[in-house]
Design a protein around this ligand. Sequence first.
Ligand SMILES: Cc1cc2nc3c(=O)[nH]c(=O)nc-3n(C[C@H](O)[C@H](O)[C@H](O)COP(=O)(O)O)c2cc1C
Ligand code: SF4
Length: 435
Amino acid sequence: MNATTATLAAAAATTAAAAAAPVGERRLLDGSSRRDLAAHLARYGPLPSSGRADVLALVEAAGLTGRGGAGFPTSRKLRAVAAGRGPAVVVANGTESEPASGKDRVLMTYAPHLVLDGAQLAAAAVGATRAYVHAVADETVLASLHRALDERRGSRLDRVPVTVTVAEDRFVAGQETAVVAQLAGGPALPRFARPPVYARGVDGRPTLVQNVETLAHLALLARFGAPWFRSVGTPDDPGTRLVTVGGAVARPGVVEVASGTTARALLGRAGGPAARPEALLVGGYHGTWLPAEAVLDVPLVRSALAAYDANPGAGLVAVLPAGRCGLVETARVVRYLADQGARQCGPCVHGLAAVADAFEQLAAGRPQRRTVADLQRWCGILPGRGACAHPDGTVRLVRSALRTFADEVGRHEAGRCSGSDPRPVLPVPNPGGRR
Ligand SMILES: Cc1cc2nc3c(=O)[nH]c(=O)nc-3n(C[C@H](O)[C@H](O)[C@H](O)COP(=O)(O)O)c2cc1C
Ligand code: SF4
């Protein structure tokens, strides 16, 4: 055991003695009401004071990965920012711009101190002198965050000052370069990430943009240690994750599950399917449609989902019930995504609108002879050409719909549709309206 590991083990043991480590898979959300600072400290104990090396070693040992979509190893990001020139900035990304997602709102509302503790630890790890919580424009969320900052004032918990900022309401506003652009006073639009934000972000400083859930896990990891963190989940995807479960389930909402939980068990936590599931949307609107029967028993982790060209993404699973048309659902979402593109780069300006038009024709049962072939071709040329991954994510959704609903595509080409219920399943803001 080296000196750092010994310090951490001692800190974790002291904290564990003061407050019992959460057992099982309810770690971040194990109560039904907001935890104020007193309740937070009573439940989890004080935050061990950690230095830069401590936090970096801890995150590496725990194998924590980002919960904002890409699943990037958090230790690599922390090291990259820590290696930057001059004092850094930490941004807790609570934009949650995905319309069907609610996990970050729930976390910031019920457990704001976990997010704030995590931001302080991350600041220690990267040598930051200030931090932001960049949060969705939701009154309940913002009130909870502001109250949490008031509760901490004078408590000496915070080594760096934290400011709450309000994210713009657009799908791409949560992308990290868009977050940095908004904090610089401009519109929340992504830019080509050269230089990357970890080297030059807010005010030209090395900047760590980390999803709020990732930071909340860090807050518990620092208290209870890497072996505790790894005691649930899988070896390559340890810990728990928050998942928003939507569509046709008995109790739609946010649940916390061990990474590697199967879709069947996850739906069980949401009260079970409300109707026979036809398909699952996994990962969000940049995610993948999968045939329900084929994947109900697949663990929802990157390694297992890779075989289906899918990943856990932003922690979202939605159930499409039998009797609804997956092409009609996809057409609505793709139109929304096309309208949300920032119209700065070729694939968004020229590509996504055409994809949305073609998909609408297909969904309406009026495709041209070449519509499906065009969609397949565009899906091949759009990815990798924008300043951000918005076209890539939109194409992933389109491709998966053509694959998973292949039989339905054939019916629509013949002018038929097997959907008997026109009610929408997935939420789309401002349907029919264009920005
Ligand atoms: C179009 C687009 C939208 C995104 N929206 C969010 C968001 O709302 N919240 C978030 O945490 N990450 C979002 N991301 C991912 C961020 O760019 C970034 O990877 C993430 O905040 C990093 O945190 P993590 O490593 O903890 O996951 C988005 C990415 C893209 C391409
Ligand atoms: S790819 Fe699209 S969404 Fe991303 S920066 Fe370019 S125009 Fe904006």
